[in-house]
Each structure stands twice: as structure tokens, then as C-alpha cells.
Write a protein that binds this ligand. Sequence first.
Ligand code: CDP
Length: 282
Amino acid sequence: MRQHILKFFNPETNLTITKSNLHIGQLLKYEFRVRNKSNLFKVTKDFFKLIPNGSPLKERHFSTCAVVGNSGILRNSSCGQEIDSMDFVMRCNLPQIEGYEKDVGSKANFTTMNPSVVSHNFGQWRNKTKDDYDRLLRRLKQVGDQILYVPALTIAFGEEYVRVITQVVLQHKLPMKTAFPPAGLNNLIKKIWTNPGLKISGLRPSTGVHMYTLAATICDQIHLYGFYPFTKDKRGRALRYHYYGTMEKQIDKEAHNMQEEFRVFQQLHRRGAVVLHSETCN
Ligand code: CDP
């Protein structure tokens, strides 16, 4: 898988846009347009400050990695200790960790955050309360000096949330290393996964597929936890969509095809390219 993926994706050059070929005021095209919204994203002075000079994963390599998805299957899994024992831990969409440490661990070396997470998990931002702001700040502080990966250039409706993230990080001088994937990554990843036998249809590969793709280039052994896009576990017990919170969201079949992705991960598991954990850990 590493050899195959490296033909298309290089974590040193494709992980993030860098300062070297950008300037303040530049207009960047989003990968996906939204009707009645501008398809251009403006590089403001503040945003420019957070663009790195180079990939934060340059020359990094790990023996064991955990990619932690957000499926409800993680509740009561007792997988926390096992996850934290991995050399590099990747988490998706700034998930809640506090209160779930026993099941999901607490280590996070790489955390993704779709801009829309600001409104989905931290209140309706336009009517934000001080409490919403404090919760977002508190959660971003937990990233510490590790990597925060924000797909700011994917879809045209995230601009105001990117501004919010930028403002919080700068105002509070948060020490994280930020990374912003270039527009076009979704199509690149779709191309990678269109290899015969790994075909994934659906509009966009899910965050989990993006993270596995990245992990395959920098990790020798990859463990997936919280990848289980079903409403019931193997014993027929009802599962939440996410392990945290109370959201009853259903799988968004318009955006992703997570069940098809899951079947591909099962194949990769059988071929030894990943360890897919969908049982409890004790
Ligand atoms: O950004 P996205 O909607 O893809 O992700 P998310 O809901 O924050 O969850 C992170 C990842 O966990 C997903 O991209 C899936 O790979 C995985 N997941 C899953 O397999 N089953 C679920 N019920 C929820 C998430």
C-alpha cells in the first residue's frame, strides 16, 4: 500500500500548503463549489501566519500508529490504553476525549478538524455564547504542540469557521503546528483508491480514508479503531453515530460511502495492510 500510495501522495509535499508559494491577499480555489457562495478563499494576514513553511511530518516515520475514527463502537471498548501505547495517534475532527479516556485514550499527535466542526460541536456559531467559545478554546488547548490539520480549502461554506479557528489560535498563542491540505486532495485520494479491488465510490472519501492514506506513507503498522459505520454492533446492540456527545446523526450517504470503505478496510485487514479493531480491547 505504501508503494502504491507514494506514487500519488507524498507527505512532505501534499500534506499542507506552505508559505513559499503563497502571498497575503491571494485567492485560492476551493475543491468543491457551493451554489450561491464564492468559490474563492482569501489568504488573509492572520491565515498566512498559520501556514507552515514546510510539512510538519517531514522526515517523520513511526513504527506503530493508531488512526482513531469516531464510531459509537468505541463506547465501552476499553481500548484507551492500547491506543495510547502506539507511537503516533491520529484523531478525526477534534473529537471529545475528556470523559472517554478509558475507551479512546488521550494521546493525540495529529488531529483533523473540518471547519464545520466549529458549528457542529461548539454551538451555532453565529449566535455563539461565551460558553461555546470557551469550550472550543479549551479543546484546542488540548492539542498542545502537536499537529492540527484543517481542510480549509475543501468546501466553500467553511470560510467563516476557518476565520474563527485562526482567531482563537492566534489570540491565545496556541503552540500547535497547523497544516492545511491543498484543494484537489479529495480527487487525488479517490484516484489512489480506484486501484482495482479498492474502489470507493461516493462523493468524497471520508476523513478516515484520508488518515489511513497518510498513515500508510509514514507508519509501519497501522491500527484502526472506531471505524464501524453501522447502527448495530455484531450482537445487535444499537450504536451511536459518534462515541461522544448525544448527536443522533445518521451516516451521510450523500457525502461519503463509509460502508463501502469499511469493506475495503476489511480486505486490507485480511491482506495484512492494517489491523481493523472492531471488538473490545480487554
Ligand atoms: O469527516 P467525517 O464525516 O468523514 O468523519 P467523522 O464523523 O468525524 O468520523 C471520523 C471517521 O471515523 C470517519 O471518516 C470514518 O472513517 C469513521 N467513522 C466510522 O467508521 N463509523 C462511524 N459511525 C463514524 C465515523
